[in-house]
Design a protein around this ligand. Structure first.
Ligand SMILES: [Zn+2]
Length: 252
């Protein structure tokens, strides 16, 4: 091996180590497949379902939506203390099922919410500043219902203030706080939405997730966006093809 070949080997080794997650994690959990947003072709990294045909996020093209009067989403939300984790891909607040949403006669337990910068869904090709995902699950079937809110730069959001100010110092460790938040104070009165069937937007990209993308965005201040960006300046999966799926728009 000449000097140039040795140099090439070093470059490759360096590239591989930079591409994976931190060294510490690899030592503790060598079996975990790490993924990131720089290389979102996760289907080539062992997550085959990411190549499926009913994936999320998507671009919501309002000229193509099926415009109908759909059932209301009922938010059974009340105050709960923040349990928070920086999972290495986003900031997530967990809930012990004290909150829920009811849709079409079925109640889904509220599991967690988390953030994306910029938004994952697009509206007529345009991304919003951020996106909030409220994740709910039917305890009987395990089916997931995700409510997505576009976050737009505007007034400071007091609930997100409570969340961001409790950002854990250590990654992948859930922190229980004494701070309570009530998401009902956050939700706009207009609860009309776009809805379609998609997937988790992170590996393993499990399909069959019902998405509700709310039409009325929430406001978040520029300083709060910057606060999130300081940790995650790009955690949005590129949009996926809608394929043969229909996008419904609740108009009344
Ligand atoms: Zn999400």
């Amino acid at each position: 091996m000449n000097q140039f070949s040795i140099f090439k080997v070093i470059v490759i080794v360096l590239a591989v180590s930079i591409g994976s997650c931190s060294k510490n994690e690899d030592v503790v959990t060598p079996e975990v497949i790490h993924w990131n947003y720089e290389h979102p072709e996760w289907q080539t990294q062992g997550f085959s379902e990411c190549a499926g045909t009913i994936q999320s996020p998507v671009d919501i093209q309002t000229t193509n939506t099926i415009k109908v009067d759909l059932p209301n989403l009922v938010f059974n939300y009340s105050a709960f203390p923040i349990k928070i984790i920086d999972n290495g891909h986003t900031l997530q607040v967990n809930n012990n099922g004290t909150n829920s949403v009811t849709y079409n006669g079925k109640t889904y337990a509220f599991k967690q919410f988390h953030f994306h910068y910029h938004s994952e869904h697009l509206l007529d090709g345009v991304a919003s500043d951020m996106e909030l995902h409220l994740v709910h699950q039917d305890p009987a079937s395990g089916a997931l219902l995700v409510v997505g809110y576009f976050l737009k730069k505007g007034a400071a959001n007091p609930v997100f203030e409570s969340v961001f100010s409790n950002w854990p110092k250590q990654k992948e460790t859930e922190v229980t706080t004494t701070t309570s938040i009530n998401l009902t104070t956050l939700l706009p009165v207009d609860k009309r939405y776009y809805t379609y069937i998609g997937s988790l937007t992170t590996p393993p990209c499990s399909q069959g997730v019902t998405f509700f993308i709310m039409k009325t965005p929430l406001e978040v201040s520029g300083a709060q966006i910057d606060q999130f960006k300081a940790h995650y300046d790009h955690n949005a999966r590129p949009v996926q093809s809608l394929n043969s799926r229909l996008m419904y728009e609740d108009i009344l």
